[in-house]
Design a binder for this molecule. Structure first.
Ligand code: HEC
Ligand code: HEC
Length: 382
């Protein structure tokens, strides 16, 4: 884990050297294939803040059993996920309802979580601590008790924020975690070197055929976006592509009605969707209360996707082959299963032969960033 962080800190230090400090806003440099990392005006990057954020990210004491930290489910050695788990395991191995998305490049997302219920990284970081199946704390108080008294934290918060004692709040804790996450960015994949770097042989012939399918017959690019100068492989929007909700279709009207009646606050929604597998399936509807959003989830990035099986918000699809078959079938994993009523208009059976599925998979394998893969190989060698 140490090495990732060192490389990333070195990257961050460069950003700082490039004049970001005191001049917040988009950073001047970014890996090949990615735009500059957006840095909020009120949370400029500094090396000390990033180091503090990393320490908080790896802290186990902020959980009821002293075992769980952010890294548990977003492990640098697993491309910042908990692959191969289908759904995440928190304190005492309690399971949630959703598959852990990667933290890599989450700095670019315009909303956080599969249903976008959080607006930014600072807000997002508040929730896992008090979720009963994640860090499990009843409130944020135990965290504050530690960061206000532990000598290392006292010194770090003093240095970074000029604050001590009761002036240190969850605001400072989450500012630091978010600053660390904004250094966890990775591009420069074979695809980037081919498409943006002009290296004609960075992709194999099969991967190039896969790219063609991705852009044309597959229409994948309409949601997993590739632009002229950068590719996030997400449109930051929400779609029902026929995962999870297909199986509980008949219950959906009742589930939606129950949910609206309960009239939950956002913090309660967080607990509800991660502890009740049926409610989890309503997706974006939990936030917007629009029927069109039933079963809709945020388009995930496809960068490093070959390293993070299984797939989808519920981890229900085991392999990239099976994901492509799901799209070929027009939004059902098993051919012949019923399509759900709320399926996105963009999901229809595709004019792609089963023999061509490996090409699309090979293309997605070209989206792996070398520094993320290097971390993985280290684990395998241990
Ligand atoms: C027990 C496992 C677990 C722990 C611990 C955990 N997370 Fe997560 N994280 C998840 C899951 C599962 C989701 C998706 C939940 C959802 O969308 O409803 C998620 C979502 C996220 C996202 C949103 C990414 C995206 O693509 O939308 C970020 C960022 C994130 N977590 C960061 C953190 C940070 C920071 C911490 C520590 C404060 C943390 N996580 C602790 C499992 C975990
Ligand atoms: C209408 C928008 C849309 C189109 C078109 C689309 N996707 Fe997706 N994709 C999504 C959404 C939304 C999800 C997450 C759905 C969920 O979890 O319920 C997703 C999930 C995925 C995943 C799983 C990623 C992960 O980390 O779990 C892969 C792989 C994927 N898509 C590849 C493709 C390919 C290949 C194509 C073209 C054949 C394609 N997508 C077309 C919106 C789309």
């Amino acid at each position: 884990m140490k090495t990732v962080v060192l490389t990333m800190l070195a990257g961050a230090a460069l950003l700082v050297a490039a004049g970001v400090v005191g001049d917040p806003g988009p950073t001047p440099s970014a890996p090949l294939g990615l735009p500059p990392v957006p840095i909020p005006q009120d949370n400029p990057q500094t090396p000390a803040k990033i180091a503090l954020g990393e320490k908080l990210y790896n802290e186990k004491r902020f959980s009821t059993d002293g075992e769980v930290g952010c890294f548990t489910c977003h492990d640098p050695k697993k491309a910042f996920t908990d692959s191969p788990l289908r759904v995440s395991e928190g304190i005492e191995k309690k399971t949630g309802t959703r598959n852990s998305p990667t933290v890599v490049n989450s700095a670019y997302l315009t909303t956080q979580f599969w249903d976008g219920r959080s607006p930014d990284l600072e807000d997002q970081a508040l929730h896992p601590f008090v979720n009963p199946v994640e860090h499990g704390l009843a409130s944020h108080d135990p965290i504050l008790a530690i960061v206000r008294t532990d000598p290392d934290y006292v010194a770090a918060f003093e240095e970074v924020f000029g604050k001590a004692g009761d002036d240190v709040t969850m605001r400072e804790v989450t500012l630091a975690i978010a600053a660390f996450e904004r250094t966890v960015v990775a591009g420069n994949s074979p695809f980037d070197r081919w498409f943006y770097g002009g290296e004609a042989d960075a992709l194999t012939e099969q991967q190039k055929r896969g790219y063609d399918l991705f852009v044309h017959e597959g229409r994948c690019v309409s949601c997993h976006v590739i632009e002229q100068t950068q590719a996030l492989f997400t449109d930051n929007r929400f779609h029902n592509i026929g995962v999870g909700i297909n199986a509980i279709q008949d219950e959906v009207p009742e589930l939606a009605a129950e949910f609206l009646e309960a009239d939950l606050e956002l913090s309660e929604v967080d607990v509800e969707v991660l502890t009740d597998p049926r409610t989890s399936e309503i997706g974006r509807f939990a936030i917007t209360h629009k029927f069109d959003d039933l079963g809709s989830f945020k388009t995930p990035t496809l960068r490093n996707v070959a390293l993070t099986a299984p797939y989808m918000h519920d981890g229900s699809i085991a392999t990239l082959e099976d994901v492509v078959i799901h799209y070929l079938n027009g939004g059902v994993t098993e051919a012949g299963d019923p399509v759900n009523d709320f399926l996105s208009g963009g999901i229809r059976p595709l004019n792609i032969e089963v023999e061509d599925v490996p090409d699309l998979v090979a293309f997605m394998e070209a989206l792996t960033s070398p520094e993320i893969e290097a971390q993985l190989e280290q684990t395998e060698g241990e």
